[in-house]
Design a protein around this ligand. Sequence first.
Ligand SMILES: [Zn+2]
Length: 475
Amino acid sequence: MGKYIKYLIIGVVGLVSIGVLTYQYSDSAKKQVQLQALDAVHDLATNRMKKQAENGSTSVAAEFINFPIEATEVADGIIRVTGIGNIYMVPTDEGNVLFDTGLVMQVPKQIAAMNKAVPDNKLTHIILSHSHADHIGGVKYWKEDGVEIIAHDQFTEEQRYLKALEPYLHDRNRLLFPFMPEEPPTAEMIAYGGITPTLKVNEGDSYRLELGGKVMEVYAMAGAEGADNLVMWLPEQKALLSGDFFGPMFPQFPNVFTMRGEKIRKPVEYIRSLNRLIDLAPEVILPGHLDPVTGQEKIVAGLTKMRDAVQYVHDETIAGMNGGKTLYQLMETISLPPELELSQAHGRVSWAVKSIWEYYATWFHFDRTTELYGVDRGEVMPDVVALAGPNALLEKARSYNKADQPVRAMHIVEILLDDPSQASDPGVNQVRLETLQLLLDKAINGIENSYEIYWLNAQIRLAEGVISEVSNSSN
Ligand SMILES: [Zn+2]
């Protein structure tokens, strides 16, 4: 990872010095030079990841870098340029409308591809689906004087807290996605944030745009990727530009929780948003990532199923709360009925139960007095380990694994990991590794939730790291 950082630093230093040299030139000349420099940083970072992928050290990177950046007309009069995040343009005789702007590193190539597909590129509006970095990276490069930037009323607040918590979010993301750079980018031209919408649409409201005879409607609707989700509707084509409203697949159980640690998504608002989309009855969905979904019947059925599934999990959680069930009982017992079965590859029902519980009741589960105090139970685990003896605990963990109860085994392993004298013990980490492998097998052969798999793989890397460190130092 050190090398990747070196490339980034070389690139960033290059960017900064080029920036200084071009300070005297016009804004657009400066932008051109910045785009060239940004593209060079992109290529360096990409080459680094290509090498990693060739060495087999990360498979995610391979998918990431092989994603083509190409323009195509995906629906009548709507141009998409692909990338990590798709960008869309609706050209009209009175100016063009851009929906989303991609990840900053890919902006130079996405702009070039779009300019080739739409040569008369007089931009009048930029519409942002939400404040995530893979959707707003290109704003400062696309924006000219007088271009309207339209976003959800909550965009500014979401952008503020994501920026304020950037180091924390970056560390968590990097554990899950080890190919990421060690630090969040700080150079001005690649840094996250700083976008001020010129026009905001309130939650539940819409904004109608008529340009060169084309009608576009922007709907502010809290979604599965935050409180600032906004979609664009083209009534003539019955096309929905959905940003990340649905997540990476359609249909699927939505992610009302994110492992990287953002605010919990509001379940009832999400259901209301789905109802608005069902009323529109789209014929095509053009998502922020991957390919269009077509077919009105299939789309409306999918939207309806998603709405009913979220409503079901929501209502069951409330019923359980009122019925005196514990959170863990509800996480174990609430599942989708067969007619509402949906992929949980992105959002997971048991995590939605926990999110809905904590959305309403917050963090005090009313179970244990110690919940109220800043002394973690881990602090007394060395006492428990000393009393029980580490070998007895390891034996217990192994027996839970043999009985195919790896979550119970992990509870025991975590007692040992809370004891500093045991945390670096290779034997403890060997049982930790076996337990994680069992959990991973279950995850892969079960609902295949991608975040669960990222997390378990990250923990496996940590356990393997401890084991190999100990064996190296004893050699
Ligand atoms: Zn996204």
